[in-house]
Design a protein around this ligand. Structure first.
Ligand code: FES
Ligand code: FES
Length: 152
């Protein structure tokens, strides 16, 4: 069935099963491979994208439920006011190790800082706790969020 969705500000049409998860649409149909498959069960955060600005596990969202919502992926973050700052801080602080989780981490951090420019430690914990990093980059992720919050 055809669906036209708004991805990073562009209309994209795909012809897929209604139950196909958004993550599969992004990666396999639209060749946007920055969002990663980790668990496929909503548990790791590797597939996090924004849907109308909300960080969302794209492995858990069927294409048929997207409608006119705006989707943003890691590929769109260079042009996102906060997303670009997060990416710059991540590079300055060498946040990624293997990098596999980092698209999801950046999407969650960007959503947090867009909504809460000066997050507390509790805000950071609440926003980032669903993004798992097997390389344990959590300390540098927190430092990156704080660096942006402090305007450095
Ligand atoms: S792949 Fe979606 S939460 Fe793990
Ligand atoms: S940097 Fe390797 S899983 Fe997070």
């Amino acid at each position: 069935m055809p669906y036209t969705i708004d991805v990073n500000g562009a209309k994209r049409t795909v012809d897929v099963d209604p139950d196909m998860p958004l993550l599969w649409v992004l990666r396999d149909e639209l060749d946007l491979k920055g969002s990663k498959f980790g668990c496929g069960a909503g548990l790791c955060g590797a597939c996090t994208v924004h849907i109308d600005g909300q960080p969302t596990r794209s492995c858990q969202v069927a294409i048929s439920t997207i409608g006119s919502a705006s989707i943003a992926t890691i590929e769109g973050m260079a042009a996102h006011q906060i997303g670009a700052k997060v990416q710059a801080a991540w590079m300055a602080l060498d946040v990624p190790q293997c990098g596999y989780c980092q698209a999801g981490q950046i999407m969650s951090a960007t959503a947090l800082l867009s909504k809460t420019p000066r997050p507390t430690d509790q805000d950071i914990d609440a926003a980032m706790s669903g993004n798992v990093c097997r390389c344990c980059s959590y300390t540098r992720i927190r430092a990156g969020v704080k660096q942006i919050a402090e305007g450095k």
